[in-house]
Design a protein around this ligand. Sequence first.
Ligand SMILES: Nc1nc2c(c(=O)[nH]1)N[C@H]1C(S)=C(S)[C@@H](COP(=O)(O)O)O[C@H]1N2
Ligand SMILES: [Mo]
Length: 224
Amino acid sequence: MHGKADRLKAAKAPQQVGIAPELLHRLPPGQTVTEKFPILHEGGVPAYDPALWDLRVFGEVEEERTFTLDELKSMPQTNTVSDIHCVTRWSKFDTAWEGVKFSDLLQQIKVKPEAKYVMIHADQDYETNLPLDDVLRDDVLLAFLYDGKPLTPKHGWPLRLVVPHLYFWKSAKWIRGIEFMSEDRPGFWERNGFHNYADPFREQRFSGEALPIPEDEWTRKEFD
Ligand SMILES: Nc1nc2c(c(=O)[nH]1)N[C@H]1C(S)=C(S)[C@@H](COP(=O)(O)O)O[C@H]1N2
Ligand SMILES: [Mo]
């Protein structure tokens, strides 16, 4: 098993202070609100030539498609405001995103009826799996902008997935491919001790034994 799951299980609970009582129902169990925006990922921050960047859609589709940045930007853009929750115990309320709704992208693709799951492929060698129904929700975006500005390289420029209702490792940065699948298959963290589905309100942090112990790992990381 990857050491991160073990480290998180063993860590101490941070105390949540100063959160308004009317906001508490938005905070999943074992989470702490941060005003900052922590930066977490495996590997280095990739650099791209926007003219060469593309997004490949493949798997259980009638026809493979590749989208350029310009093609995606010329599609209808949607704005969302969402709470996000990282498995390392930080939550951030009211994050503003703009981009292409996953369900709008799907209008351009003939997905086969047997497709029930997606694998999101991202740099650097990152992947994460989700049920197709989950990415069809209205607040799931392929996001170009955060807080009205293009994503910074560290937060996923030029394009990241945002799936607010699941732990944030499902929100892949630097996405390059969407694979439609008839059978589920675990992604990177899902193979390394983390929960396959990852609902923060049910504290689905880990696979295997349930050990809902809070942690402070993210406070030692970079943020902006
Ligand atoms: N490509 C890629 N996307 C990724 C990751 C990664 O390692 N590589 N880490 C995930 C994890 S664990 C988290 S918590 C969020 C962090 O996003 P942020 O750095 O914008 O806060 O990105 C997710 N997306
Ligand atoms: Mo994470």
